[in-house]
Design a protein around this ligand. Structure first.
Ligand code: FAD
Length: 390
């Protein structure tokens, strides 16, 4: 699998190109056929999970020493981008596996890494990330979930909201308050298992898009876990959560990029087929200019996303934080705005047909919207960028 030395700055290597070809074929053959139905039925894309696990593409970021493929950040971006090109819901399988497990990879003990990365890499378990709460979204440090030490254990109580893949995932990185007097420095991170006594889930949210990706509340009711399930030192959980987002916002940029590319590819074909005024609508300059703008924006988003991925890889390899915080926020913010614009234009290019579920661009436009909201809204990304100007 591609390593960090294999690509210069943000140019994909030959190995990355081969990976893209492989994942594109898999996505078109095994994931695309179910994209409309998982949306229509709001059901988990089990076929996508099975295809990704069979291709060892469900969590390729897991390092080799813990049984994973050890793919670099750009390879992970390419997998997510290509899956999102056909089904945004399915792309949350590799994306959230990285989001949920990265706190353990970045800050966890060797024992935690050994215990939890192997089942993830094998495809026996998925990982979710539980930061948000009903009253703590953009202001995540305002969380109320508590973890109280009791001998060799911690006891967790609280409600986590909007948790992607909740109920499907076996493992959850849960951020909880261990010292209420210290705000963000009084928050710690833990691994919670679905099978821990006292863990339960709310009803799936009824969403605008990514309907195939289950989003549910996670209830923690006197969940008693061994103290060694804490990720890093007490009080470092919020810092780990933010460090994680620096890397994983790039995966949301990849998802946005894939959705936008899927919409452009579909619209490009459609305008050659659809005839009005005696010729294909693609012959009109007004249509050509729209397609040119869509492609231009996607290329700019791709360059920013791959550059951020290269930065993420260098930081993961010990290269210092540098401006990763800015780069991750910029890639996510820019690519998600592009995805919204491009998918809206794709619906426009299909006219009335674009507005119906008979064509995929309607789903893509609904799916694009979430990329401007999660892992921090785009207003929050601008706050982050403004605080970390290069
Ligand atoms: C489908 C879905 C999946 C999700 N998955 C996960 C997950 O797996 N794990 C997880 O932990 N969370 C997850 N989230 C939560 C997500 O990250 C939050 O919804 C998001 O951070 C925004 O929080 P909020 O919804 O409470 O909005 P609020 O924080 O209430 O924001 C409302 C509005 O106010 C704006 N705003 C807030 N503060 C400022 C400010 N300082 N300046 C300018 N504008 C501001 C926001 O941008 C937004 O427009 C998910 C959410 C959704 C919808």
């Amino acid at each position: 699998m591609a390593g960090s030395a294999d690509f210069d700055l943000y140019r994909p290597s030959e190995e990355h190109d081969m990976l893209r070809d492989a994942i594109r074929s898999l996505a078109e053959a095994k994931i695309a056929p179910y994209a409309a139905v998982v949306d229509e039925e709001s059901r988990f894309p089990q076929e996508a999970l099975e295809a990704l696990v069979a291709g060892d593409l469900h969590a390729i970021h897991v390092p080799e020493e813990y049984g994973g493929a050890g793919a670099d950040a750009l390879a992970t971006v390419i997998v997510i981008e290509e899956v999102a090109r056909v089904c945004a819901s399915s792309s949350l399988i590799p994306a959230v596996n990285k989001l949920g497990s990265l706190p353990v990879i970045l800050s966890g003990s060797e024992d935690l890494k050994k215990k939890y990365m192997a089942p993830l890499a094998k495809g026996d378990a998925m990982f979710s990330y539980a930061l948000s709460e009903p009253d703590a979204g953009s202001d995540a440090a305002g969380m109320k979930t508590k973890a109280v030490r009791d001998g060799d254990h911690y006891v967790l109580n609280g409600v986590k909201r909007w948790i992607t893949n909740a109920g499907v995932s076996e493992y959850y990185t849960v951020m909880a308050v261990t010292d209420p007097t210290k705000r963000s420095k009084g928050i710690s991170a833990f691994v919670v298992e679905k099978s821990d006594e006292g863990v339960s889930f709310g009803a799936p949210e009824k969403k605008l898009g990514i309907k195939g990706s289950p989003t549910r509340e996670v209830y923690l009711d006197n969940v008693r876990i061994p103290a060694d399930r804490m990720i890093g030192e007490e009080g470092t959980g919020f810092a780990t959560a933010m460090k994680t987002l620096d890397h994983t916002r790039i995966t949301i940029a990849a998802q946005a990029l894939g959705i936008a590319q899927g919409a452009l590819d579909y619209a490009k074909g459609y305008v050659q087929e659809r005839k009005q005024f005696g010729k294909p609508i693609g012959d009109f300059q007004g249509i050509q200019f729209m397609l040119a703008d869509m492609a231009m924006k996607i290329e700019a988003a791709r360059a920013l996303t791959y550059q951020a991925a290269a930065k993420s890889e260098r930081v993961a390899a010990g290269g210092g934080e540098g401006d990763l915080t800015f780069q991750g926020a910029a890639a996510k913010c820019f690519a998600s705005d592009v995805a919204m614009e491009v998918t809206t234009d794709a619906v426009q290019l299909l006219g009335g047909y674009g507005y119906t579920r008979d064509y995929p661009v309607e789903r893509m436009m609904r799916d694009a919207k979430i990329t401007q909201i999660y892992e921090g809204t785009n207003q929050v990304q601008r706050v982050v960028m403004a605080r970390n100007l290069p």
